[in-house]
Design a protein around this ligand. Structure first.
Ligand SMILES: [Fe+2]
Length: 391
């Protein structure tokens, strides 16, 4: 009796499908914001079926979102609006710096694609933008004297812990949230990315505050690892990059694995020495760029802390990237990986800047006000945060 009851929902769904009554078309994840600049942002979301998707954007000017037709931005790639996908990535450009915009996402289901002249669409769904629930974002501005950010690392799939850790953060005062690696222990599937941390991020802040994502060593592992950055699109496709927020330049680096490429744990798939060499070559050029040299502050985001470990990955970072960073007037390197907090002051002849390691059980909050960097680490259990002021 019990056994037949257990099978009832399965039988019901099979029979519904048999009668053509499939699951209703819906938004399954997000939206979440990526790749924010002074004039652009990428809005990402997922639906349970393929669809033609777009974003409508309105200024935050007190008008009703539906007071007039709003400009539509589509998920386009090489001149074609994307419809054969259920992962939607809409890039919006030509926005004004330091400006808040409201937005709504729309997806029109593709029911049947016989040929390009005969595509049959179904229902259009949306994340509605009524005044009481409209989503919005604010573009970065070089004129901002204050930059506030949150950094999380080494969550290792503990989504509920992450929600608890972040429950008291007022994200309305936060410009960006940095995921500095090991948010997952490995990447097995698309669904796992959401259940590990991304659904929690969208619930907490990511519909309104952009994510800046870089990998830890763990996110380089797993059968789905090569697709991870599809969910955190960046314009030129490189994880390593410089993100300018206000007068602060964040150098985002991608550490690679911690053991030698030949280690048996990687089954011959690792080629991180060459990848770190590639980043070092890029970094040599990037730190010479006028926009970087003119920045008020320079902060490096790198999962594995340089200069504090004798594992191969760190030693190779020390050999390739550290000499460039030491000449680049860096204010601080923010890292994780060690699963415990440490403050590593500059070491003459080795590191020209402090390396601050956030633990796996705290979030790091950075506030840069007129050039002074205040770094604090907060735990889920409350209490006085660990604090560093860097002038
Ligand atoms: Fe970790």
């Amino acid at each position: 009796m019990k056994r037949s009851l257990l099978f009832l929902p399965v039988l019901l769904s099979v029979s519904l499908l048999a009668y053509g009554q499939e699951l209703p078309f819906r938004i399954t994840h997000g939206p979440w914001l990526c790749d924010m600049t002074e004039t652009g942002v990428t809005i990402v979301w997922m639906t349970n079926k393929n669809s033609l998707s777009w974003v409508e954007v309105a200024p935050d000017d007190g008008s009703h979102f539906y007071g007039k037709e709003r400009p539509k931005y589509y998920d386009t790639h090489m001149g074609r609006k994307q419809a054969a996908t259920n992962l939607h990535k809409v890039r919006i450009e030509n926005l004004s710096p330091g400006t808040r915009y409201r937005y709504a996402v729309f997806s029109k289901e593709v029911l049947h694609w016989e040929n390009d002249a005969k595509i049959i669409f179904g229902t259009t769904i949306a994340n509605p933008a009524y005044s009481w629930n409209s989503l919005s974002f604010k573009t970065f501005s070089a004129n901002d004297d204050t930059v506030s950010f949150i950094m999380l690392n080494d969550i290792h799939g503990r989504a509920e812990f992450m929600k608890d850790l972040c429950r008291d953060i007022d994200f309305s005062s936060i410009d960006l949230v940095i995921f500095n690696g090991d948010m997952s222990t490995w990447i097995i599937s698309e669904e796992q990315i959401f259940s590990d941390f991304l659904d929690a991020a969208a619930d907490l802040f990511a519909k309104r505050v952009p994510i800046v994502f870089t990998r830890g060593n763990h996110e380089t592992r797993g059968p789905y690892a090569d697709f991870l950055m599809n969910y955190f699109p960046v314009k030129d496709g490189k994880i390593y990059r410089i993100v300018h927020v206000g007068k602060v330049a964040f150098i985002i680096l991608d550490c690679g694995e911690d053991k030698p490429d030949s280690d048996i744990e990687y089954s011959g798939l690792a080629a991180f020495d060459a990848y770190r060499d590639e980043q070092a070559e890029w970094l040599k050029q990037a730190v010479q760029h006028k926009s970087f040299r003119d920045a008020g502050n320079r902060i490096v985001v790198l999962h594995m802390p340089p200069g504090v470990s004798n594992w191969h990955g760190t030693l190779h970072l020390d050999e390739t990237l550290l000499p460039v960073l030491n000449e680049a007037r860096i204010d601080a390197v923010l890292s994780g990986h060690m699963h415990r907090y440490s403050y590593n002051p500059p070491v003459p002849g080795k590191t020209a800047f402090p390396v601050i390691v956030n633990s796996n059980n705290t979030y790091l909050r950075g506030d840069i006000i007129n050039g002074t960097i205040r770094i604090r680490m907060f735990g889920a259990e409350g209490g006085k945060p660990t604090e560093h002021i860097l002038d």
